[in-house]
Design a protein around this ligand. Structure first.
Ligand code: RI2
Length: 323
């Protein structure tokens, strides 16, 4: 059990992220910053150091939920890194302000990115989607609802959780005609597509894109077919630790997402693997669209350095007294 009192809201946000009730890299970042704000608002810590320790413990609880989307630790860094004050009230106010500012910036970034990404889409284009990404859909929102372009969508089902269904529903709400296909049909339907548009959970310093499992294979097929692949990712998805040689941890989820227990037993209980993400190398990506403009993947490191500097810390790490 934690030595620290964590707010009920924070505990339930952590569980929702782990269970994917709250999912999608940007949505997770927003939920994490909001949970830290709630922790700060409800904390009963009497002394500044106790408050700081509690906030660090709260951030550790959140960061352990899912390992791949860097938007989560980046959100925690933003809120904790900026926290300052001599008294508990000052610290609380500072954390609450930072969390609110972070969430507002996130929303603005997605909107700005969408406006830029929409410029790449022409009237009459067909776009293939993988999984569900709010950053990718922001580009469609601007293309369709602001620039008045007509587009058609080919939506991959995206096993194992069929998150393509969320994309299909959103597109239909915007009156975009949708063709839903199984993942295995992607190569065939690339003949009909003018773009592949996906999001990202993390982007490494070399321009590799870490996104929902199946993105890497789709990108290879798209390259072979000559269909440009565009990644919509606000800068909160840039992974600062990859500047210093660290790799991005790929999350493996419950095997029951792939096959239910009864079927698995019928099959003779085979080994099952369920990686949630894969890595698409920069040579298979045409453009990474951020709120700061679009970048060829190989030059994303310049933006990464500008925004995060050479190194980043883990402001949620335990101090000596906590161990
Ligand atoms: P936005 C999702 O991961 C998908 O891989 C999606 O492409 C990415 O997050 C980015 O989503 P998961 O949480 O931030 O569904 O663009 O495993 O919404």
């Amino acid at each position: 059990m934690s030595k620290h009192t964590l707010a009920d809201e924070l505990e339930s946000t952590a569980e929702d992220i782990a269970e994917m009730e709250v999912r999608g890299a940007a949505t997770i970042a927003d939920a994490a910053a909001t949970a830290l704000r709630e922790q700060a608002e409800t904390s009963s810590a009497g002394r500044p150091e106790a408050f700081r320790r509690e906030m660090r413990a709260a951030a550790r609880r959140l960061v352990e939920t899912r390992p791949t989307a860097v938007s989560l630790p980046n959100a925690l860094r933003y809120v904790l890194g900026d926290m300052e004050g001599e008294t508990v009230d000052e610290l609380r106010e500072s954390a609450v302000d930072s969390a609110r500012e972070f969430c507002a910036r996130l929303e603005r970034a997605q909107d700005d990115l969408g406006r830029i990404g929409a410029n790449r889409i022409r009237d009459g284009d067909a776009v293939m989607f993988h999984c569900h990404s709010t950053d990718a859909l922001s580009c469609v929102d601007h293309a369709v609802n602001e620039q008045d372009k007509h587009i058609e969508a080919i939506v991959k089902e995206t096993r194992p959780r069929k998150q393509g269904h969320i994309t299909a529903r959103q597109l239909r709400d915007w009156d975009v005609p949708v063709t839903l296909i199984v993942d295995n049909a992607a190569h065939r339907y690339l003949d009909d597509a003018d773009h592949v548009l996906v999001g990202a959970d993390s982007i490494a310093a070399d321009g590799s894109v870490i996104n929902k499992i199946g993105t890497a294979g789709l990108a290879v097929s798209a390259r072979e077919r000559g269909v440009p692949i565009m990644v919509a990712a606000q800068t909160i998805k840039l992974h600062p630790d990859t500047m210093t040689g660290n790799t991005v941890e790929i999350e493996y989820r419950d095997e029951a997402e792939v096959v239910d227990d009864g079927t698995r037993s019928d099959l003779g209980d085979p080994a099952v693997q369920n990686p949630a993400f894969d890595v698409t190398p920069p040579r298979h990506v045409d453009a990474i669209v951020t709120e700061r403009g679009q970048f060829p993947p190989e030059s994303i490191v310049v933006l990464l350095r500008e925004l995060f500097g050479e190194t980043t810390g883990t402001p949620w790490a335990e101090d000596e007294a906590e161990r």
